[in-house]
Design a protein around this ligand. Structure first.
Ligand SMILES: [Zn+2]
Ligand SMILES: [Zn+2]
Length: 192
């Protein structure tokens, strides 16, 4: 009877020790993998693993408190997002060179200060940059083309009125309401 109970106790203790050893080894392996995902610094990796090797589970809790918050892939993704944001910003927000208000890329004039931003193409009336020598859509001479050239091409390409086809700027309604012509029209419509 005494031998039986002693062997049972030995068995249970052996299982507990084996369980603790497996837990200890597992936490060491897990810590090594986790710290490898968070830093390439060999010194930090060695210290983290050593803490768990020496202190076991309390060391693991200590490591969880002290480990770097972000993994390397988190940092990489954050950097990619920041770069994408930086790349998109100048294209998404073109501004007026005079008053710095944001404008659309197809505005002919700034709706805020009336600075000339683009020239409508004489042939297809699309908005052209002032520095362009030719219209990229219909190959007509652009705003910066020489005056002599435009005289020769004027015979081959009859100029159409650009103002008729030019799309009205969406934000221009605010400015137009201040213009004297529209103000008079508004005052005429007001009396009932
Ligand atoms: Zn402006
Ligand atoms: Zn054109």
């Amino acid at each position: 009877m005494f031998d039986d109970s002693e062997s049972i106790i030995t068995f249970v203790v052996a299982i507990l020790i084996a369980y603790a050893v497996v837990l200890w080894l597992g936490s060491i392996v897990w810590t090594f993998r986790d710290i490898s995902n968070r830093t390439h610094d060999g010194w930090a990796q060695s210290v983290s693993v050593l803490i768990v090797v020496v202190f076991s589970l309390p060391g693991l809790f200590l490591y969880l408190v002290l480990r770097p918050q972000e993994t390397l892939s988190d940092i990489y993704e954050r950097r990619l997002e920041a770069e994408a944001l930086m790349r998109d910003m100048p294209q998404a927000q073109p501004t007026c060179p005079s008053c710095k208000q944001s404008v659309n890329s197809d505005y002919l004039v700034c709706p805020n200060c009336r600075t000339r931003l683009r020239e409508a193409c004489a042939n297809c009336s699309r908005p052209l940059e002032l520095g362009w020598a030719a219209c990229p859509y219909c190959t007509a001479p652009g705003p910066s083309a020489g005056a002599g050239k435009s005289a020769t091409t004027a015979t081959s390409q009859p100029p159409r009125p650009a103002t008729r086809q030019a799309p009205p700027p969406p934000r221009g309604t605010l400015i137009e309401s201040k213009a004297p012509g529209t103000a008079r029209r508004e005052s005429e419509s007001q009396p009932r």
